[in-house]
Design a protein around this ligand. Sequence first.
Ligand SMILES: Nc1ncnc2c1ncn2[C@@H]1O[C@H](COP(=O)(O)OP(=O)(O)OP(=O)(O)O)[C@@H](O)[C@H]1O
Ligand SMILES: [Mg+2]
Length: 309
Amino acid sequence: MIELKDVTKKYENFKAVDNLSLHVNNGELLVILGPSGCGKSTTLRLMNKMTERTSGSIKIKDKDIDSFKEEDLRKGIGYVIQSIGLFPHMNVWKNIATVPQLLGWEKERIDKRVHELLLLVGLEPDKHQKKKPSQLSGGEAQRVGVARALASDPDIILMDEPFGAVDPINRLRLQKEFRQIQRRLQKTVVFVTHDIDEAILLGDRICIMNHGKVVSVDTPENVVLNSSDEFVDSFFKGEGILTILSRKDVEDYKEDIPSDGIELSKSATLKEALAHMLLTGEDRVSVEGGSISFNRILQVVGRDINEKD
Ligand SMILES: Nc1ncnc2c1ncn2[C@@H]1O[C@H](COP(=O)(O)OP(=O)(O)OP(=O)(O)O)[C@@H](O)[C@H]1O
Ligand SMILES: [Mg+2]
């Protein structure tokens, strides 16, 4: 779907992106993770020509990006920029409606779309759609930015730290919602973050960058549990395993063994089950239709460790 080959971006003699090759599969959510200044935003901007590469080639849907008209390229790719980038003179409605209007949608269809997107990102349409960006909080503005990128229902979405300014509760809700939408709609998403938990929770694969280069691209499980790279390991500091547990639903691992006590909800994750065991000192917790034990959780992680062999 998106293919970067030997791509370099130089600013004078400094290589912000250094001979980088990367393939993003159709329908996958690829997270780019790495320290500040390693070239994440630049890599993203090269994909929709907000920044011109110095050398190398980039293809989208098997076509060289130079063969698209720039405006067609941008209309076809949703983009959430790191600094939010709402148009300051337009209200929230107009900001979200920009691309649908360019595409010639009817007013009624745009109204409906703006309304559903505002609800999706947790903003009340009546309260917010007439506001200018200067009348929004940072987190609200960021959510409008996400709604704007989704507005015309593009196949490809580039997101640069889209939830960076959102408070932790709304952030987790947005992350979960976004993951579900993505699974359902199978968009091709490139998602930049420095938040390790966010990367593990959302990514089908994680691309770790350092100094303008790709260090590793793999599934969250493999990156966290099976990496032999020192830089990658130093990034996760052994804590990624807890987030791996938060990607897995108890429902998929429960055993057919009845158990007393508090029952976890059907949508609970293995991380919640483990937290419950640590709080209560019990080594088994009941779930609708069965239960899950501490050993079972160890096994699940162990199976991931062994998957490589
Ligand atoms: N227009 C520019 N001129 C000169 N240097 C630039 C320019 N834009 C980016 N850089 C440099 O390129 C490097 C990569 O920048 P980039 O914005 O891609 O980093 P990043 O990984 O997104 O960082 P962060 O996590 O802080 O957002 C940085 O060292 C930055 O200073
Ligand atoms: Mg950046």
